[in-house]
Write a protein that binds this ligand. Structure first.
Ligand code: C2O
Ligand code: CU
Length: 507
């Protein structure tokens, strides 16, 4: 295994991917940033210099589990202090599993401003994948906002990619700030083979639904009329699109790659058809040769209800009544040092009023703002059932949930309210569930996941819609923090660092 070193300067630059110039947060002048290519087992070392002048930053390696490196997870307020302007911070971690991953800022709402990119981890030499292809491309889908939420463009930007008559592996990642997308290539079917770094039982789609935080690899055979070009499009689903779709041109070698296809861009599936999206979510199961069996049962079950609330005049999202506010001192620092005033000591609730609560109405009560933490027994198996409900506008939205530090088994997606007393449990898939790090919670429904709390550290679990986590839609898990390696020292140039060392080694 190799060590791969990157030296990054984070700065504001003018960018105009769609001919509208605006300031973007860039990595060495690029937005999106450079793709990190590595091989399974490699160590990635990224030295980040914050040259933003007036803004802090922190970078998260989305989908990398950070086994034994909890300090490198890059979440300001949870695993590190933000990197102050002028400061340098070095991330060092092992990419322990092949697949498609991403990175992005995890400070405030900086992700949407351009600080993001892809991580491609190849299988070690000599290891075969359960599919073959000739060449690969990466596609990162994001939203590009000119000004505000009302003026939002989405998707691909018009970069042509060129096909010859081969089979391509497209590694597609979504880091949209808000939108759920449907991606398609006119006239070409796609075979889904990988999701979030795990091989899936291959299935064929005309359009791929992809939610913020997810990655998929699809195989596309370039077997159509090579004399013309085709549209690749990404359409907003789950909410009524007010903005243009993302477009790109797929060109066969020999054509002018900028020549507009002779047909109109595909219009995509109806934005409000939830059923077809749930159906695709359910089609994603583990590849028969790569099933990681889920433990038969959990030691603890968390039933997490999201509601939108008005707390003292501010619109917030809450989970079981609490809107997450990141403490100034990161949880990991507080816990390693035994500081008990930096976060809420009172544990959050494991469940909500699942009998009385009406999910088809806005929340009847207000919640609170706080910084609590679920302390999980180390090595225990935890089930989380995410329960959707209507927001204040009386609509139910899609929320893609992402877990840091782990992959989880996706046990099921259901409509309506999950009833823990009934035999809903019987419907869950423990036979060949896919493992993922991000999963959608569909409108008016529930999603059940299971994970093994065996990675010492403190881990954020949150909705990947940037504005939602900003408004409190997340929870924090701690497991085996006493086994985590010691704290990094957070300081600013000029600070005095005083370390008192007690030698308790005995011998
Ligand atoms: Cu890509 Cu905490 O997220
Ligand atoms: Cu959300």
């Amino acid at each position: 295994a190799k060590e791969r070193h990157y030296d990054w300067e984070i700065s504001y630059q003018h960018k105009s991917p769609d001919c509208f110039e605006k300031l973007a947060v860039t990595v060495n002048g690029e937005a999106p940033g450079p793709t990190i290519y590595a091989t399974q087992g490699d160590t990635v070392v990224v030295t980040v210099h914050n040259k933003l002048e007036t803004e802090n930053t922190a970078i998260h390696w989305h989908g990398i589990r950070q086994i034994d490196t909890p300090w490198a997870d890059g979440v300001a307020g949870v695993t590190q202090c933000p990197i102050l302007p002028g400061e340098t911070f070095t991330y060092k971690f092992v990419v322990d599993r092949a697949g498609t991953y991403m990175y992005h800022a995890h400070y405030g709402m900086q992700r949407v401003a351009g600080l993001n990119g892809m991580i491609v981890v190849a299988v070690p030499e000599g290891v075969r994948q359960p599919f073959t292809y000739d060449e690969e491309h990466t596609i990162l889908l994001e939203d590009w906002w000119h000004k505000s939420v009302y003026d939002q463009a989405t998707g691909l930007f018009a970069k042509p990619f060129v096909f010859v008559g081969k089979t391509y592996l497209l590694r597609i990642g979504s880091l949209t700030s808000l939108s759920s997308l449907s991606f398609e290539i006119e006239g070409h079917l796609m075979t889904v083979v990988e999701a979030d770094g795990h091989y899936v039982r291959p299935f064929v789609v005309r359009n791929l639904f992809i939610y913020s935080g997810e990655t998929y690899s699809v195989l596309v055979k370039a077997d159509q009329d090579p004399r013309r070009n085709y549209w690749a499009t990404s359409h907003i689903v789950g909410r009524n699109p007010k903005t243009p779709s993302g477009k790109a041109i797929v060109s066969y070698a020999g054509n002018n790659p900028w020549k507009t296809p002779p047909t109109a861009p595909t219009s995509g599936p109806p934005w409000n058809n939830t059923a077809i999206r749930v159906e695709q979510s359910r089609a994603i199961v583990a590849h028969p040769g790569y099933v990681v069996p889920a433990p038969a049962r959990a030691d603890r079950t968390l039933l997490l209800l999201n509601t939108q609330n008005n707390i003292n005049g501010h619109i917030k999202w809450t989970i079981n009544g609490v809107s997450l506010h990141f403490p100034v001192t990161p949880y990991l620092v507080s816990m390693k040092r035994g500081l008990t005033t930096a976060y809420d000591q009172r544990p959050p609730l494991d469940t909500y009023d699942h009998i009385g609560h009406d999910i088809s109405a806005p929340a009847p009560t207000n919640g609170t703002i706080g910084s609590p933490v679920y302390r999980l027994a180390f090595d225990s198996v935890v089930d989380v059932v995410l329960q959707n409900s209507n927001a204040l506008n009386n609509m139910s939205e899609t929320h893609p949930w992402h877990l840091h530090g782990h992959d989880f088994w996706v046990l099921g997606h259901g409509d309506g309210k999950f009833d823990p007393a009934a035999d809903t449990w019987r419907l869950l898939n423990v036979k060949d569930p896919i493992m993922k790090n991000t999963v959608p919670l569909h409108p008016d429904g529930w999603t059940a996941i299971r994970f093994h709390a065996n990675n010492p550290g403190v881990w954020l679990f949150h909705c990947h819609v940037e504005a939602h986590v900003f408004m409190g839609m997340g929870v924090v898990f701690e497991e085996g923090v006493e086994r985590a390696p010691g704290p990094t020292i957070c300081a600013t140039q000029g600070d005095t660092v005083v370390i008192t060392v007690h030698n308790k080694l005995e011998t």
